[in-house]
Write a protein that binds this ligand. Sequence first.
Ligand code: PEP
Length: 250
Amino acid sequence: MKLDRPIVFGNWKMNGLRADGLALAGTLAERAVRLTGTLGVFPPFTLIHAVAQRVKDTTILVGGQDCHDKPSGAYTGCVAAPMLVDAGAKAVILGHSERRHGLGESDALIRAKFAVARASGLLVVLCIGETEAEYLSGERSKRLAAQLDGSLPVGIGPEGLVVAYEPVWAIGTGRTPGREEIALTHAEIRAMLGKRIVGGEAVPILYGGSVKPENAAEIMAIEAVDGVLVGGASLDARSFWSIYQAGGGA
Ligand code: PEP
């Protein structure tokens, strides 16, 4: 899958009933006639099929927000990667901090999910990020390296992977690291990926955490930032589209 810059992905989290989701997807579909970058939306499971249908004449990518670590079986209430594909998803977010910290997901579990997602043909958007305590104690790099070590399956190639650097303390808080910090951290992550994956320097790296129309241009002007993963501001078509345009997308 070719991912042109800017890559702008919207994580709807647990928001959206059918009418809202389709209205949002419909507005984006009308604007996204010939995209110059990569625009993607990650609706709740219940809306994936309807949204995929709504944007089917565009290149907007639709993804899931998680998948199980087994391809099928007796796992009540869970959703498997092949089911996402069947519903029209082309990608999946794994390791989001709300699942790591809110639901106690471990790196090992994320690694197992990763393997099933890739075997199903899904693009994996792997989220990594330090907590505020780790940030303040200077352990950011150590934490990010450990998350990559724990959650990347051994022997994978760079294709089908996007990494989203999302400092936990920046998600939904209105706070973001400074420009220099984001540039430095992305460069570190790129070097880490190069050490762990043959050709890993080519893996796109997104920044995520309180991206808004007001700060999107500054963040996406950073050379090491290939795009952004947007939470709250992706629920409003106008905000989401202006973030995409701020990154040079049309
Ligand atoms: C997210 O949930 O991935 C995220 C970045 O959220 P927000 O943009 O709301 O901080």
